[in-house]
Design a protein around this ligand. Structure first.
Ligand code: G3H
Ligand code: 13P
Ligand code: ZN
Length: 312
């Protein structure tokens, strides 16, 4: 099966009350862990590469890794998506190189400028059969070199979404309702709570339109503990509670982005192996543990949070 766009995937997810997992990929073991999980559970999946991932792994290597996953996972639909495309040129380069979906993230720009850039990407992408995600509102946290502080983050304004979608022709919309990037999403001692009231207002304005939730890692404490028990130092790492992600998945949210949880699982596997088996110096010895953790985390997401198992 070849790579697909997310168009049909989102339609089915919207109507079926589940979401598709969009997992960030940076190397072979992560691609394998994610796609083995999706193949085993017969779940569609989105593999996404950030600009940072492309810089780290080299776009050609990433592309070939994903092509290999498509060959190895014949039973599932896979989308190759650009995560947080910073500008038209990056989106164009991905579209020209076989990505089936791109995100243009001009959410830090003024409304009209965001529309103008997004529209330009949509025109280029649609002419080549590629779909586009854009963002309104600002999430706190770090993406590549952009660090949005909690004070500078802002919820999506429901009164803007209809005009934005109509004027840009975009295929899906990332919104800010209280999630943030990274492993430190909420202050300790406070109750993590997404703004489902804002989501409801957005859905009222654009019924049937696929919504995307970024910053949706749940920061599983068992992996934080393994890291900290084996020489790591992650203090007060807190994620989005899983019941809120389940609620999001049942709603108009069709794509749920996860990166930090995979990083935690990967790092926990390596730290644990290093400490428990200090004689190991063959990278395969610890990378296979890291890969197995990624697979386990993705299986749990698909089965117990997103609801996309068996949706092929
Ligand atoms: O949204 C951000 C993702 O976690 C990607 O992170 O830019 O460090 O690859 P990155
Ligand atoms: P997390 O940091 O919560 O995993 O979010 C990832 C993300 O939104 C990628 O675009
Ligand atoms: Zn994101």
């Amino acid at each position: 099966m070849a790579l697909v766009t997310s168009k049909e995937m989102f339609e089915k997810a919207y109507n079926g009350g589940y979401a598709i997992g969009a997992f960030n990929v940076n190397n072979m073991e992560i691609v394998q862990g994610i796609t083995e999980a999706a193949q085993e559970l017969k779940s569609p999946v989105i593999l996404q590469a950030s600009a940072g991932a492309r810089k780290y792994a080299n776009p050609s290597y990433l592309r070939k890794l994903v092509e290999a996953a498509v060959i190895e996972c014949p039973d599932i639909d896979i989308v190759m998506h650009l995560d947080h495309g910073p500008d038209f040129e990056t989106c164009k380069s991905c579209i020209d190189n076989g990505f089936t979906s791109v995100m243009i993230d001009a959410s830090s720009k003024p409304f009209d400028e965001n529309i103008e850039i997004t529209k330009k990407v949509v025109e280029y992408a649609h002419a080549r059969g590629v779909v586009v995600e854009a963002e309104l509102g600002a999430l706190a946290g770090i993406e590549d070199d952009v660090n949005v502080s909690a004070e500078d983050s802002s919820y999506t304004r429901p009164e803007e979404v209809e005009e934005f979608v109509a004027r840009t022709g975009v295929d899906s919309l990332a919104i800010a309702i209280g999630t943030s990037h990274g492993a430190y999403k909420f202050k300790p001692g406070t109750k993590p709570q997404l703004r489902f009231d804002i989501l409801d207002e957005i859905v009222e304005k654009i019924p049937g339109f696929p919504i995307v939730l970024h910053g949706a890692s749940s920061v599983p404490q068992e992996y934080v503990k393994i890291i900290n028990d084996h020489g790591g130092k992650l203090v007060d790492a807190i994620g989005v509670p899983e019941d809120q992600l389940r609620q999001a998945a049942r709603s108009a949210v069709c794509k749920i982005n996860v990166d930090s949880d995979l990083r935690l699982g990967f790092t926990a596997g390596i730290r644990e192996t290093f400490e428990n088996s200090p004689e190991i110096f063959d990278p395969r010895g610890y990378l296979k543990v890291a890969r197995a953790n990624v697979k386990k985390i993705v299986m749990h997401k698909i089965q117990d949070v997103l609801g996309s198992a068996g949706k092929m």
